[in-house]
Design a protein around this ligand. Structure first.
Ligand SMILES: Cc1ncc(COP(=O)(O)O)c(C=O)c1O
Length: 454
């Protein structure tokens, strides 16, 4: 199995990034009923190669440039294997002391590398969606502690920009905020929240008798990777007593580069921050970090009057019970893969890879600028390049579909300033300059066909 994994990573370029399959193909190919008796691993593996593999999208492919491009690095994969073998579940310190403490150590290292205030308490979640939901729950607890007891609270209002990831809205719905109480603040020409409009919306809500309670700023929005003005948003949050949650799921890792430290300026005012190592820190899916300066509020939000007898454990000021700060009781040993990665690459090694991704993104942006048939659709602050062919939305859509149909690269799309835009995300550790140049040449070469068919 390990040989198979190593060969896969070595030969990954031979696979189409995106499979060419119809919906239902695997369901039809596999038996409708589970086997009565056990089957040999050889047969299972053979079916995996024959039936499952051809229908997979290869997220670990160096030409996967869709959504946010990610990597499962070697040390991360090995850490994940070891964690599965150990099968630890550290809901309480007592349930597994060293895995509890490794989570604290790794998140402490990253907190320091990112220059975050040492008072930030870190906890690992599966995804940024779960992490943000917990942040919003804590924000609700701060603003309306009675909600935990009676389920009732004043009309609480959450503010986010028009470019905030929809996981924030889902989190708000989950904790009972209601869709009508989510305000989408308009962004400027470069897709950043406009602080003056945020303040105006808060004042309008106060005048209407509502209770503003939370604002979300994003460092690296999903559509364009724009960076909301954290210092100005933080000042407003402080002035009106709002919980400030920072979604740095994608952009956060860059803060360990000297030249990107500025993105966290103003973070000492944040109440919570989410960063996803499974996006841009070479960590196999899944691993998301929630930092909060107010862990006691988060803990209170989830506290019940009595601890059930099966969870009673000895108290010690150095023994942290992570499940008291999260909805799930069970917790995977996710920090092991993170620890492997942080040690294997070191801060310098990680910085080198991030800088190379950013360099390649800027190089691609320059190439796009040199071809007058194309235009950049957004600034390139990190390693995401948004661009479009200077034609109709239909032509851009066609271009997008044709590129992906080749299986040679996988891009995604979005809409910016009302226009269909292609997104070219760079973030896989195996991606090279040659990959980028060849994919760009592929895109350029498709223009005549797109024009002809339009
Ligand atoms: C800015 C941002 N926040 C949150 C998320 C949600 O991440 P997750 O899949 O970890 O829930 C994404 C996903 O791409 C994102 O781009």
């Amino acid at each position: 199995m390990v040989d198979w994994m190593a060969d896969y990573l070595r030969d990954i370029r031979k696979y189409p990034v995106l499979p060419n399959v119809q919906p239902g193909a695997l369901i039809d190919a596999l038996p409708a009923h589970g086997p009565e008796s056990g089957q040999p691993m050889d047969a299972i593996m053979a079916d995996f190669e024959k039936l499952v593999l051809p229908g997979l999208t290869h997220w670990n492919h160096p030409r996967f440039h869709s959504y946010f491009s990610i990597s499962a690095s070697g040390p991360g994969i090995l850490g994940e294997m070891l964690a599965a073998t150990l099968n630890i579940q550290h809901m309480l310190w007592k349930a597994s002391p060293a895995s509890t403490e490794l989570e604290q150590v790794t998140l402490g290292w990253l907190r320091e590398w990112w220059g975050l205030d040492p008072r930030f308490f870190g906890i690992i979640h599966d995804t940024a969606s779960t992490a943000s939901m917990h942040a919003i729950l804590a924000a609700r607890e701060q603003a309306a502690p009675q909600a935990r007891l009676s389920g009732e609270h004043p009309r609480l209002i959450l503010y986010r920009s028009e470019h905030t990831h929809n996981s924030v809205d889902k989190g708000a719905l989950t904790v009972g905020i209601g869709k009508e109480n989510i305000r989408k603040i308009a962004a400027d020409d470069e897709f950043r929240m406009i602080p003056q409009l945020l303040e105006r919306a808060i004042r309008d809500d106060l005048a209407a008798g509502n209770k503003p309670f939370c604002v979300v700023a994003t460092l690296g929005t999903t559509s364009s990777s724009s960076i909301d003005p954290l210092p100005a948003i933080g000042q407003i949050a402080e002035k009106y007593g709002l919980w400030l949650h920072v979604d740095a799921a994608y952009g956060g890792p860059a803060a360990l580069l000297e030249e990107y430290r500025y993105i966290l300026d103003g973070s000492s005012r944040a109440d919570s921050i989410v960063v996803n190592p499974h996006k841009w820190l070479f960590t196999p899916v899944d691993l998301s970090i929630l930092y909060t300066r107010r862990p006691e509020i988060l803990r209170r939000a989830l506290s019940l009057d009595e601890t059930p007898a099966y969870l009673v454990t000895a108290q010690h000021d150095r023994a942290l019970n992570f499940s008291e700060y999260a909805l799930p009781l069970g917790r995977r040993f996710r920090s092991l893969k993170l620890w492997f990665i942080l040690r294997y690459y070191g801060r310098e090694g990680i910085a080198r890879i991030l800088r190379e991704h950013i360099r390649m993104a800027r190089m691609l942006a320059e190439e796009i600028g040199r071809d007058e048939r194309f235009e950049l659709a957004a600034p390139v602050p990190f390693s995401l390049v948004c661009f479009r062919y200077r034609g109709s939305d239909e032509e851009n859509q066609k271009l997008f579909e044709q590129i992906n149909a080749t299986g040679k690269a996988f891009l995604s799309s979005t809409v910016l300033h009302g226009k269909f835009v292609l997104r070219f995300a760079i973030g896989n550790i195996a991606t090279t300059e040659q990959d980028i140049r060849e994919t760009w040449a592929l895109i350029q070469g498709m223009v005549p066909a797109v024009q002809r068919s339009a």
